[in-house]
Write a new protein. Structure first.
Length: 320
């Protein structure tokens, strides 16, 4: 039988995990005649009882596997750990534990990758109902910027919710960077993708773990990780500042000749100094961001540390 591993990153999801397991198990049980399936929960250093609940589920159901980090390393690390473990499966899926990713479309996804020749079946959000206008605007702006600057094209509505063939996962985990932006990585590796329209549901329980600060950091990781265009900003700004300075000096010189009692030299020089200073600091800041990421990569620290796990290379069908 073919094997299917479903990776579920978790961070403080104790309130929703029982609902998630019950609903997902019902869906997966319909696949038991064709697929040996396991649920791989990756506990990203949760502070609540997430790990204890997963362990209880593992005692009841041998198809439940868990990987628990020594601390919080982030969702990107959790997805990578799950893929590293599950890469030997025929098919590997990723979905969130909050039930906003509906398990109901898993059979449809499997059909596309197993029977219709696609390498990836991925969900694409149809709307942003429930999000604030500010978050929607910022999100749309981010994807427009990264698609113009980078070498990859990321759909604004693309989600991590997907099922992939093993070869796709091997390509993804072969990329060694520590600071990962999976949406861009999924696009960069290519392959034949089938997009499935998907409407996000409300969280079944608990609260979102994505703060505004986390979203900004995530956006910066995506832009700086997949384009070097910001580094060229200093060159362009230097030319622009030089041009403005020449124009300003010519303007001050001419006006001093035409208007006898007018002296614009000092304000123009001050404005030019402030403008050039601001541009220099901005360029240094951009270079600093790239250097910080280079420093992180060069250190070669592990992307995550596993504290506890029950993972093995055997498969069971949920409900056996």
């Amino acid at each position: 039988m073919k094997t299917l591993s479903l990776i579920v990153p978790c961070y403080n999801e104790a309130d929703v995990l029982p609902f998630f397991y019950d609903e997902t198990s019902k869906v997966i049980s319909t696949l038991s005649s064709e697929y040996l399936t396991e649920l791989v929960f990756v506990d990203d250093g949760s502070k609540d009882s997430t790990l204890e609940i997963i362990k209880e589920l593992a005692v009841r159901d041998p198809a439940v596997k868990y990987i628990s980090f020594s601390r919080n390393f982030g969702k990107e690390a959790a997805m990578l750990a799950g893929m590293n473990y599950a890469v030997k499966s025929d098919y590997i899926g990723i979905l969130d534990a909050d039930l906003q990713h509906s398990p109901d479309i898993i059979p449809t996804m499997l059909d596309f990758v197993d029977k219709q020749g696609f390498d990836v079946a991925a969900a694409r959000r149809t709307d942003r109902t429930g999000e604030s206008k500010l978050k929607t605007t910022l999100s749309q702006s981010f994807y427009k910027i990264i698609n113009k600057l980078s070498e990859v094209n990321i759909s604004e509505s693309a989600q991590d919710f997907r099922i992939m063939k093993s070869d796709v996962v091997k390509a993804i985990i072969s990329m060694p960077e520590n600071i990962r932006f999976s949406k861009a990585i999924f696009s960069w590796v290519g392959f034949n993708v089938k997009w499935i329209e998907h409407e996000d549901r409300e969280r079944a329980a608990g609260q979102t773990k994505w703060s505004f600060k986390n979203l900004i950091k995530y956006a910066l990781d995506g832009i700086l990780g997949f384009t070097s265009t910001p580094l060229r900003f200093g060159f362009v700004t230097g030319i622009l500042c030089g041009f403005i300075s020449v124009i300003a000096l010519l303007y001050g010189f001419v006006k001093n000749i035409v208007v006898a009692d007018y002296s614009a030299v000092v304000p123009i020089i001050l404005a030019a100094m402030f403008f050039i200073g601001a541009m220099i600091l901005l360029c240094i800041g951009v270079i600093g961001e790239y250097l910080a990421r280079t420093y992180t990569e060069v250190k070669g620290r592990p992307k995550y540390i596993i504290a506890q796990t029950n993972t093995r290379n055997n498969f069971y069908s949920i409900g056996e």
